[in-house]
Design a protein around this ligand. Structure first.
Ligand code: 13P
Length: 233
């Protein structure tokens, strides 16, 4: 089971250090991937976790002010990187082509991409969910070899479930997981979107889920602990 914690753009440096200390003191936590804000990647000290970034440049090193390249991430120990998160697609207008370029940069450095895909409420209502997800996956993995494709962790994150407290039904999630796995049978597929300690008993019945990408819950270590305990039992 893969558990990735997406802190998004949260916590001051002081808060992050306290947060990290809290996680370090929770000894019995399973191995997880922590994706803090880029600024704190160099502060990462957790022995039981892997380090993930939330974004990477679609270019290599060079005259790209404000960007962080895959080789720079690699040089400070980043092993995973989220790409194509719906928040970046929406607010930074990130395109499928850029996402494809980012994945190529990451793979060149041996960093595992965590590729996010998902539909809006409107797309779901118009029966376009499968089409949207299939297209996003196709575009993001364009020109990659089968071996390269297998390095990618896919995260199904319905946009309307992110931060809303609403999750799809188990049948709805199962259907998408199955669709993804038909095309990517060797990839791990995570679920993300309001997963928490109150709905994990329901979610864990979906055997197709290989792990979770957690946003809000990642910032609440006590609740996260309950979530992980329920997931285990
Ligand atoms: P929430 O868990 O806060 O809904 O966020 C999910 C997410 O976007 C993780 O990448």
């Amino acid at each position: 089971m893969i558990i990735a914690l997406n802190n998004k753009c949260n916590l001051t440096r002081e808060e992050f250090l306290k947060y990290q200390e809290k996680l370090e003191n929770m000894k019995e936590l399973p191995p997880m991937i922590l994706c803090p804000t880029n600024l704190y990647l160099g502060e990462f000290r957790l022995s039981n976790m892997k380090l993930g970034a939330q974004n990477v440049s679609s270019k290599g090193c060079g005259a790209y002010t404000g960007e962080v390249s895959a080789s720079q991430l690699k040089s400070i120990g980043v092993a995973y990187c989220i790409v194509g998160h719906s928040e970046r697609r929406e607010y930074q207008k990130e395109t499928d082509q850029e996402i494809n370029e980012k994945i190529k940069q990451l793979l060149k450095e041996g960093i595992f991409p965590i590729l996010c895909v998902g539909e809006t409420k409107e797309e779901r209502e118009r029966n376009l969910t499968t089409k949207k997800i299939t297209e996003e996956l196709e575009e993001a993995t364009k020109d990659l070899t089968d071996q390269e494709k297998q390095q990618i962790i896919i995260a199904y994150e319905p946009i309307w479930a992110i931060g809303t407290g609403i999750i799809p039904t188990n049948d709805e999630i199962k259907e998408i997981m199955t669709t993804i796995k038909e095309v990517f049978p060797n990839n791990k597929v995570l679920y993300g979107g309001s997963a928490n300690e109150s709905n994990i008993d329901q979610l864990k019945e979906i055997t197709e889920i290989d792990g979770y990408l957690l946003g809000g819950l990642s910032l609440k270590p006590e609740n996260l602990k309950i979530f992980l305990e329920k997931l285990k039992n």
